[in-house]
Ligand binder design. Sequence first.
Ligand code: IPE
Ligand code: IPE
Ligand code: MG
Length: 242
Amino acid sequence: MATEERTNVPVHVSMIMDGNGRWAKERGKERVYGHFEGVGSVRACVEAAVETGVRYLSLYAFSEENWNRPEAEVKTLMGLMVKAMADEMDELDRNGVRFMVIGNRERLDKDLNDVVDACMARTAGNRTLTLIIFLSYSGKWDILQAAKKMAVKMLENPEKADEILDMGVEGFDRYLATAGIPDPDLIVRTSGECRLSNYLLWQGAYSELLFVDTLWPDFRKDEFRKALEYYAKRDRRYGKVK
Ligand code: IPE
Ligand code: IPE
Ligand code: MG
């Protein structure tokens, strides 16, 4: 449970974890060294989220486009995820963290899918914090798979066609890979890049965006708290006049 008194805490904080390669390069090391250090930032943000009372923390860990990176880097990243999930599972469970992975899991290797399944099953009943790792994910993929699911439902249940065509935004939400998860209140991107890189395109429609220069391996608890302070001062108007 939250240990800090805070006001205006975002329910869902999302991170585009960027800058691992540059962090390593600055130190004259291989890019993968930055990915290894980045795991420490994930741990720090999970702890900070629990301490500040954030209920959902989501992390963009690997995009659909990242499959186009050199094979060796992809292999190292996937191996790193298997190890990190296996190593952290006990601690996550002890801290009441529910673990989820969202993305095109068909593209993941069996060993990774197995550890994801084990971690999700083990922590399914936890509710202090929901930690979502977006893996092999893209916003356009998500919207497209939702539209296809709807189309299939309509073909298989022609009597439901009117109901489906009358559906509003909330109805469509239920077909997305993020069904049941509140939209992110705050999306933070590290490393100074100011773009979404095909992340939560539908779900981020009204998210507050924060772009920070800090490289992901340096984004630790203090940075997380600073991001929450920034968010607390934002005036969310949703198109209305206040
Ligand atoms: C983010 O760091 C990690 C992933 C996208 C997997 P990068 O690997 O993109 O690091 P930079 O942007 O090249 O510094
Ligand atoms: C975005 O980072 C994807 C993730 C953080 C997983 P990238 O480094 O892949 O994004 P671009 O290529 O700079 O847009
Ligand atoms: Mg990058």
